[in-house]
Design a protein around this ligand. Sequence first.
Ligand code: NAD
Ligand code: UDP
Length: 324
Amino acid sequence: MGRIQRILVTGGAGFLGSRLCERLVEAGHDVICLDNFFTSQKTNVAHLLTSPNFELIRHDVTVPVFLEVDQIYNLACPAAPGHYQYNPIKTMKTSVQGAINMLGMAKRCRARILQASTSEVYGDPEVHPQVETYRGNVNPIGPRACYDEGKRAAETLFMDYYRMNGVDIRIVRIFNTYGPRMHPFDGRVVSNFIRQALAGEPLTLYGDGQQTRSFCYLDDLVDGLIRMMDNELDFIGPVNLGNPNEFTIAELAEQVLKLTGSSSTIEHRPLPADDPTRRCPDITLAREKLGWEPKVPLAEGLRQTIDWFRSVDIEQFRPPTPNY
Ligand code: NAD
Ligand code: UDP
């Protein structure tokens, strides 16, 4: 372990952010978690509040903030389709204005800054599996555009701050990640299926269920984020982080039913607009540069996630705040 860093995690109370904060606090760093709690809640980090090296700030990244830090993980952004489409204009502002504010801070502090980008920058991909050099197939005027184009614009800003101002950047493109502390009502497929299976409700399968995703377990992903941030190779990315094992959504439904022992039925619903048909990361670059690859198989990760869903009272989770 290197020297102790002052680390800002925006979106630090969220699903990925709260696990990342835990890891960084455990490693002894001074961690500042900044969040407006749009899609999360304080309970996700409440257990860290007694740590002397953890601090929580309620703040919106679209508004400037002045802090002195060595590293910034920029995770603030709603990530589930239902969450980012709730107020699409705010989603775009969060990605773009949030990136400008955080890059400005990185420039002033000479901090290293990592952007949590997404496989959505590839849109509905025509290249399979997706490599970092692929430029994507995004519909700029569809319902997913607020997120996809916001994240693409953020990547552009990161590259321009790097080229113009020498800001020390890192860009990761995260593929579907799941695990404990997913918001039970975020509408993502893993949280929906597990919640429905445990409640004995029908599993809502969109379209024919033959569309694919590649699911990465939370701990594997967070390990990749830290490796990318801490690499001293001058490797700025973008780099794909995800699990290359590809499953159809119908296969995922079967797995969830098997692992929960549920007798829920499957209910077909229409496929949402612009829903990507196939998604799978090529992680050659992450393997080569970071020595990283996921370790947790889907069945094992699902078991952990199902145990967590069983252990919480999901009535305590609020949907996104209506006046966001
Ligand atoms: P999440 O919704 O649980 O976390 C996002 C956090 O950002 C939440 O705590 C939310 O309250 C906060 N936030 C939203 N807007 C904000 C704003 N304007 N100011 C301050 N805080 C704000 O989602 P997650 O899955 O943990 O995703 C974290 C990051 O990783 C996001 O940037 C997302 O785009 C990216 N990502 C996640 C996945 C995935 O599968 N989980 C895939 C690709 C990319
Ligand atoms: N999906 C589904 N049932 C659900 C939620 C999602 O069949 O209850 C499908 C969705 O159409 C997509 C896939 O599961 O093809 C993954 O959806 P999610 O919202 O988790 O993430 P995405 O990768 O689309 O951003």
